[in-house]
Design a protein around this ligand. Structure first.
Ligand SMILES: Cc1ncc(COP(=O)(O)O)c(C=O)c1O
Length: 387
């Protein structure tokens, strides 16, 4: 049997990892400024995370949602405490797409409506509704196409107001990333998120904050949407939630009422996943990782902004993007092949940085030094021979 070939791969086999480093099968060390796609939140193989999972594994890994699972309650309490959303309710599932799928569905159950507002360059996942609200026709199959989704320009307040004025009573929900990740690191402005809040209140629509990539402490607030100072009705979470263990969830405002059978999943909220998720929150709290992420992120942002070869340096905390000019287009590849540093990308020419929240100042400096050298080497190699 062969693998279904959907991923363009780097020809590297990673066999071990610790903190912000990973090692390949010949022992070469790489600095991970990509966090395995924003997933590694507290650092690879953090000892507390490993121990929590091992201890849980010895007891019980899985039993279905047909019995009381106290560790789900522990996770809900810890999440409420650290996010400040103590009055919210938690539903656990397995991936970012599933979290968004459930959020959109729950909003529709709640207000009985069908229309969803989403924004240009958004990415919300690949299952049916999640992909339907994703602004990338190449990942939307014919069967996912629906008239229920309205795409509006990102951060365009006039367009949002006009849309609500025209069909506000049909709008079930508005879904938005606090910082667009796949779309290339674009921050939703505070005034735009506030406007979403007030229009959703006025028209009884549900504000869904997709925090799958930008959430969980990465930007200095628990959810990046929190910078706007207003609450969403539903927060969706995945990626960094389990530091690599597959676990996801949605936080649901208290006025949205559950009903038996309304949502459900076989694996969601299993004991092992909850142990991994609890370990992440415990480490974030004990090691003060949220303020650290903000400080280190600000430092990295500032240093990158001073590099004249990079364009449009942007981001918040440890979610950073910059554009690479045409003459440096080999930069990402060079960082990986010659400097052994993983970074992320967004088409067509953005480099995305999504390191673990535990990345150190020293590792950031190592990255910056390598970046400067890589740029110089590319420029040198491109100089005409007679110059
Ligand atoms: C903002 C956002 N939402 C949802 C998803 C989908 O998450 P998953 O791949 O876990 O289904 C992603 C994945 O990149 C994402 O960046």
């Amino acid at each position: 049997m062969t693998l279904f070939d959907v991923y363009p791969l780097n020809n590297i086999t990673i066999t071990s990892a610790k903190g912000s480093y990973v090692w390949d099968d010949s022992g070469i060390q790489y600095l991970d400024m990509y966090g395995g796609h924003a997933v590694i939140s507290i650092g690879h193989t953090h000892p507390h995370w490993v121990k929590r999972i091992e201890d849980q594994l010895e007891k019980i890994a899985f039993y279905s949602n047909s019995i009381v699972i106290p560790i789900q309650g522990e996770l809900a309490a810890k999440l409420g405490q650290l996010s400040g959303k103590e009055t919210y309710q938690l539903f656990l599932c397995n991936s970012g797409a599933e979290a968004n799928e459930n959020a959109l569905k729950l909003a529709s159950f709640h207000n009985g409506r069908k229309k969803i507002i989403s924004f240009t360059k958004s990415f919300h996942g690949r299952t049916s509704l999640a992909v339907a609200v994703t602004d990338n026709p190449s990942v939307v199959a014919p069967v996912n196409q629906t008239d229920n989704v309205i795409f509006l320009p990102f951060n365009d307040e006039a367009a949002l107001k006009a849309c609500f004025a025209e069909q506000g009573n049909a709008i079930s929900s508005v879904i938005i990333e606090g910082i667009q990740g796949v779309g290339g690191i674009h921050i939703a402005t505070d005034t735009f998120l506030k406007l979403i809040r007030s229009l959703c209140d006025q028209y009884k629509a549900v504000y869904i904050a997709d925090s799958v990539q930008c959430g969980y402490g990465r930007t200095g607030e628990f959810f990046s949407h929190d910078h706007a100072g207003v609450n969403a009705d539903i927060y969706t979470m995945a990626k960094g939630m389990g530091n690599g263990f597959p676990v996801a969830g949605i936080l649901i405002a208290p006025d949205i009422q559950p009903k038996h059978g309304m949502l459900g999943t076989t694996f969601g909220g299993n004991q092992l996943a909850c142990a991994a998720a609890l370990a992440v929150l415990e480490v974030m709290e004990a090691e003060n990782l949220i303020p650290e992420a903000e400080q280190n992120g600000n430092y990295l942002l500032e240093r990158l902004s001073q590099m004249s070869d990079l364009q449009n340096v942007r981001g918040r905390g440890l979610m950073i993007g910059f554009d690479v000019p045409e003459e440096l287009k080999g930069l990402k590849k060079k960082l990986l092949s010659d400097f052994k540093i993983f970074t992320g990308e967004a088409k067509p020419n953005t480099i995305r940085l999504l390191p673990s929240l535990a990345v150190t100042r020293r590792q950031i400096d190592d990255f910056l030094e390598a970046l400067e050298e890589a740029i110089e080497e590319i420029k040198e190699a491109e100089k005409p021979a007679h110059a």
